[in-house]
Ligand binder design. Sequence first.
Ligand SMILES: NC(=O)c1ccc[n+]([C@@H]2O[C@H](COP(=O)([O-])OP(=O)(O)OC[C@H]3O[C@@H](n4cnc5c(N)ncnc54)[C@H](O)[C@@H]3O)[C@@H](O)[C@H]2O)c1
Length: 251
Amino acid sequence: MNLNLTGQSIVVFGAAKGIGRAIADGFRSEGCTVHGFDRDDSEHSVTLGDVTSYDSVRAFVDTLDVVDHVVFSVGVGSGKFGFPFWNLEPSDWMRVIEVNLIGAVNVAHALAPRLIERGKGSFLFLVSVAGQVGSQTDPPYSASKAALINFTQCAAKDLGPHNIRVNALSPGMVKTELNRSIWAAGQSKLSEEQRITFDEWATEKSKKVSHLGRWQMPEEFAAMATFLASDHAKNITGQTLNIDGGQVMHS
Ligand SMILES: NC(=O)c1ccc[n+]([C@@H]2O[C@H](COP(=O)([O-])OP(=O)(O)OC[C@H]3O[C@@H](n4cnc5c(N)ncnc54)[C@H](O)[C@@H]3O)[C@@H](O)[C@H]2O)c1
């Protein structure tokens, strides 16, 4: 399928690692120019910055010429095991909400006027199955993703009349650093004998939660992100698309 994205300009927040990095590479292989932004530039060429700072996001956006599509793949957890929820302190919530939700809001505010000016384009936010089912692993993470799913719908309604589409991609379990931190937080609660390796944990968990019984890989999100940016998806907006091996099914 020809996606006809050659020459388009894409901005990816969270482009240094994991899913964001794979999405950036996916757009590059479609012939797009990719502008990456991340707080960490150790693995890839990106502009350094923190999405929680509106000034930092705006300063980056001011350096860009044309913007066709925007991807927000930033996400963090509390780093603690939040089940039951009182394992966490209320103060553990703030940074997670700030990065996962306010970061995305900062990006939307900074870039919507640029896309409106051109009368076309799209936003894509990375959310999570955890935001749809009240996952008990990390309540502030789940709540931040539920809020971002809702904001995706609000933004899709506001931007639809400007010919700008807004969607969310929802992973289940993807082999990235973020999952490694969830495994580590869970292991810290166990005795020496109960502990298992990251691969053992992931294999066991993906068999349990996914009906296909396997991990999702970052490249699968690149395939969907490029499709959603293309004209083949011109009537898809306000949607949360699960790439999760069937972990979440709404009746
Ligand atoms: N990996 C999974 O299984 C999984 C599951 C569900 C949802 N998700 C979501 O998918 C997205 C990508 O996850 P991933 O697994 O690739 O994570 P990752 O940790 O591998 O990558 C996240 C990127 O965001 C960057 N980042 C974090 N905080 C930042 C900040 N304040 N400012 C700028 N950059 C910042 C990190 O440096 C990193 O490059 C996230 O939104 C995550 O919540 C992932």
